[in-house]
Design a protein around this ligand. Sequence first.
Ligand code: SF4
Length: 323
Amino acid sequence: MPVINRNTRNYPWGHERRFNDYSNYFRNIYGARVQKVSIDAGFTCPNRDGTKGTGGCTYCNNDAFNPSYCLPEKSITKQIEEGIEFHKWRYTEAVSYLAYFQAFSNTHAPLDKLKNIYEEALSYPGVIGLIIGTRPDCIDEEKLAYLKELSERCYIAVEYGIESCYNKTLLRINRGHSYEDAVWAVERTSALGINAGAHFIFGLPGETREEILSQVSVISKLPLKTIKFHQLQIFRGTAMEKEFQDRDDDFELFSLEEYLDFFVSFLEQLNPAFVVERFTGEAPPRFLAGEGWGKIRTDQIVSLIEKRLEELDTWQGKKYEEI
Ligand code: SF4
């Protein structure tokens, strides 16, 4: 269990928030706010383009998350320029940027193509690094060796969509990779000194609450730097929407109240070394196949979770035990 200084309320991550949060992580490294700028570089995925399958993951609607300035028809440079403008009104103090390759699988291309894309982003003034969202089966030794080289001159993080530790779930949602693939990718990335991130979805069909919660001990063993969580949201026009209409008894979607309780339990068992970037996902209501959680914003949910941590006098990793 981490050592806590109860007088100053300083946690192992060096500040007073009750979880190891993402913005403070960058402040600690760079001494200032760092802003992510999303890019859609026109990639696809192996379970969409026929390499492994078609149709993609059953829940996927990338449009629900892609900012409006991200269009693959625009150059990388143009998207960064517009992304910086987009964020300026809200975050006036951001002076450094991370190019965030967000849409689809951003290592699913030959290395030469990847080099051109990444280098264009890194040549933009103020861009200090890359965050590359991808799948565990879209990385290999050659690409990792190049990313290791890059990571010696700028910030590099590879964020893997893992989604679940259960292969039965990964099969059902048509991921096209296994949990073992994810373990390999994360371990290899981290072993090379590259920041490894992961993304998980809570509430996938066929998983009980107990199964979802018990993933925490499995996830906590991964050599991750950052982690993101989303509650399952069902999007219009997806295969999952149809499945939900046909078999809604096999889905246990979280209400907001249930999620707050669940997430606090999960967080207090989570490895305190992981920097937690997101607790929930947020998508415009027009994409949702149901009511969702209404108009509550992500930052409001973070506040509610922090309030609950305070009330229960608990924190990330309070119940974590290294195995
Ligand atoms: S890998 Fe990601 S982008 Fe590709 S289909 Fe699945 S969720 Fe969508």
